[in-house]
Design a protein around this ligand. Structure first.
Ligand code: HXC
Ligand code: NAP
Length: 284
């Protein structure tokens, strides 16, 4: 529940792609606790089934259907099924993603397509399918896109993901303007490092890389999925009704740590600062 009233999302129907694992699951669990009706979709049926059973434990309603978001026909079938089950969709969370670290020159075209297909095309297709229906029915709604901090800065070694997530940001900001007249809000979250199995096995697969990741964060720790879920609950709630086109970063200050020209001075000791002060004071 955290900081919210138990009915914050009462009876809102939320569809989360990639909702059976990691951050998608954490968001789904939080939304259910706040009264939402939940639909989750991703490729692996068994994973979905188990997640839906576990999440539905307390009598919560969880619908699941296997869907590859890079295939528009499967998305149309998914949205049909969710509407049949719950009557409508109020919130779409574009959370499904694919990613791995690799020197870019080692990538095949298929590897590039695999990531762009899930992240950029998948997000666009679900947005289009749900958005067209909302507009046709005059039904207001909210779309929450899960981006990354490097969607703005770019990042070496995850270049298809960076390019795709940059596209997702452009989609968010463009439709925030174009579809606002239909009562459709667009918001996004840019997460820093959250140690989910899906991300860590592909992006931080050794203890050394994991420690490097943690050390980059000014707050000195990685994120907890519930922290992101709290933010997501607020963003999709009616209390965030005037937020549109905004991308909220939740990363312990990580990306700013990499950006400031003098930030590496964090490693300077007190004794070294004494010596530096003597050198840098005017007139000395
Ligand atoms: C180089 C790779 C590769 C790797 C796959 N490929 N993994 N190339 N390095 N590690 C290549 C394959 O050789 C193949 O090309 C092509 O990519 C497609 O591979 P498939 O396995 O057939 O693709 P598919 O089954 O569609 O799987 C997609 C995937 C996979 C992206 C490759 O990792 C996946 O399913 N991921 C979903 C979950 C996920 O990634 N979660 C992390 C999200 S975290 P060839 O030419 O050989 O056929 C995130 C942000 C994190 O997004 C930010 C952290 C701070
Ligand atoms: P995750 O557990 O691997 O989540 C990715 C989900 O996407 C999985 O449930 C996966 O399920 C689903 N998926 C992948 N390809 C799909 C496809 N073609 N169609 C439908 N679903 C598909 O990793 P996560 O860390 O929770 O990531 C969640 C989101 O947060 C992603 O958007 C990611 O980019 C973002 N993010 C994460 C971090 C982090 O540190 N964890 C940082 C920045 C951004 P299937 O394999 O069953 O399809």
């Amino acid at each position: 529940m955290g900081p919210f009233a138990a009915n914050l999302l009462q009876d809102k129907v939320v569809l989360i792609t990639g909702g059976a694992t990691g951050l998608g699951r954490a968001m789904g669990e939080q939304f259910l606790r706040l009264g939402a009706k939940l639909a989750i979709a991703s490729r692996r049926e068994e994973v979905l089934k188990q997640a839906a059973e576990e999440m539905g434990d307390d009598g919560h309603e969880v619908f699941f259907q296997s869907c590859d978001v890079s295939d528009p026909a499967q998305i149309a079938a998914l949205v049909d099924a969710v509407e049949e089950r719950f009557g409508q969709i109020d919130v779409l969370v574009n959370n499904a993603a694919g990613n791995f670290i690799s020197p870019t020159e080692r990538l095949s075209p298929r590897a590039v397509d695999a990531v762009l297909g899930i992240v950029l095309h998948g997000t666009f297709y679900t947005t289009l399918e749900v958005g067209k229906r909302w507009i046709a029915k005059g039904h207001p709604g909210t779309m929450l896109n899960i981006a990354t901090t490097y969607a703005s800065s770019g990042s070496a070694f995850v270049v298809p993901s960076a390019a795709a997530k940059a596209g997702v940001l452009a989609l968010t900001r463009s439709l925030a303007v174009e579809w606002a007249r239909h009562g459709i809000r667009q918001v996004a979250i840019a997460p820093g490092p959250f140690p989910t199995e899906g991300a860590w096995t592909r992006l931080s697969p050794t203890p050394e890389l994991e420690e490097k990741m943690r050390r980059r964060v000014p707050l000195g720790r990685v994120g907890a999925p519930e922290e992101l879920a709290h933010l997501a609950a607020y963003l999709i709630s009616d209390y965030a009704g005037y937020l549109n086109g905004e991308v909220v970063t939740i990363d312990g200050g990580e990306w700013l740590r990499g950006a400031g020209q003098f930030n590496d001075l964090l490693d300077v000791t007190d004794e070294q600062w004494d010596a530096l002060a003597a050198l840098t004071r005017k007139g000395k």
